[in-house]
Design a protein around this ligand. Structure first.
Ligand SMILES: NC(=O)c1ccc[n+]([C@@H]2O[C@H](COP(=O)([O-])OP(=O)(O)OC[C@H]3O[C@@H](n4cnc5c(N)ncnc54)[C@H](OP(=O)(O)O)[C@@H]3O)[C@@H](O)[C@H]2O)c1
Length: 282
């Protein structure tokens, strides 16, 4: 059954709550820019209704959906096929409906790497060790992406060491856990914790030991310029904000659902960042 066949292309984002999601604005901008007859809809659905809601979208002829908190694990269960990277990342954030089947993938690692490449065009994952602060869901996708891209070493530093150890064991390869960041030879430092986010405690890291060529990334994007990024810029280092990851992770889904490979540029950034404070308290 495909109740909407022949009509506009439809996709959306599942979350609970969903009002904070910037994905509708992001995809809406691209739909307008590329003149596509389609819509991208916020889908606020509680966990108990998630599976039925996904099935309903398949029946309605939707092309697919993004999945955000708290559905990223439940999305696994409902997929007929899950891409290998999503398995490694332990979460599905993109659903593609094809011929009544549900395919799941995870684009967070791709989005992260693309955001670094955009901000630091000469950067390569295999150029040197990476230090990740945090060991949650985002850290998992980023660590997996860095290892897959050839990072010679990934070090996890997390408040709860046991979680970092479990993550390192799960991913395998040149990844280990430390109780403090050792930055002397790091090519990349990434904050994947929620520290520095508006309303959360700040993140205190002394960036002085980092090599002058190091890149510093923060995946927090509210505010856009966290204290970590401001300190990195003050030291003359390349600083990469979390908005880039959010924008780039959306590209594969949009292309699959709407048939156009979308561009990330300043106009998109301006639209999506319109209501995001630039600095804490700004
Ligand atoms: N830019 C993007 O596209 C993007 C994508 C995904 C996530 N994010 C952002 O990334 C952040 C993490 O997301 P997530 O999904 O990975 O969350 P998560 O799975 O809940 O992980 C949270 C991480 O932050 C650490 N943490 C939280 N509070 C802390 C504190 N007071 N002191 C020290 N460490 C603390 C946790 O440490 P413990 O293990 O010790 O609890 C854990 O490592 C959020 O701010 C989220 O908005 C951004």
């Amino acid at each position: 059954m495909n109740l909407l066949s022949g009509h506009a292309r439809l996709a959306g984002v599942f979350g609970h709550p969903i009002t904070h999601s910037r994905s509708p604005r992001l995809h809406g901008f691209w739909l307008q820019r590329y003149g596509i007859d389609g819509a991208y809809i916020p889908l606020g659905v509680a966990p108990s209704g998630f599976a039925a809601a996904v099935r309903a979208l398949v029946d309605l002829g939707f092309r697919g959906a993004n999945v955000t908190i708290p559905h990223k694990l439940a999305a696994f269960e409902i997929c007929d096929a899950v891409a290998p990277f999503a398995r490694r990342a332990g979460a599905v954030n993109t659903l593609i409906f094809r011929d009544g089947r549900i395919e799941g993938s995870n684009t967070d690692g791709f989005g992260f790497l693309e955001s670094i490449r955009e901000a630091a065009p000469g950067w390569r994952a295999d150029a040197g060790p990476a230090v990740l602060l945090g060991a949650g869901g985002a850290a998992r996708a980023i660590a997996a992406a860095l290892l897959d891209a050839g990072a010679p070493r990934v070090t996890l530093v997390n408040r709860t060491a046991a979680k970092a150890e479990a993550l390192a064991r799960d991913l395998g390869g040149p990844i280990h856990v430390a109780d403090r960041p050792s930055l002397e030879d790091a090519a990349l430092l990434v904050n994947t914790t929620s520290l520095g986010m508006q309303g959360q405690p700040g993140l205190e890291v002394d960036l002085a030991p980092l090599p002058a060529s190091a890149v510093v990334a923060d995946i927090v994007y509210v505010p856009l310029e966290t204290r970590l990024l401001a300190a990195a810029r003050a030291r003359g280092l390349v600083a990469v904000d979390g908005l880039g990851m959010l924008l780039h992770q959306a590209r594969p889904g949009f292309e699959a659902w709407f048939g156009v490979a979308p561009q990330v540029d300043q106009a998109l950034r301006d639209v999506v960042a319109a209501d995001i404070p630039k600095r804490d308290g700004a």
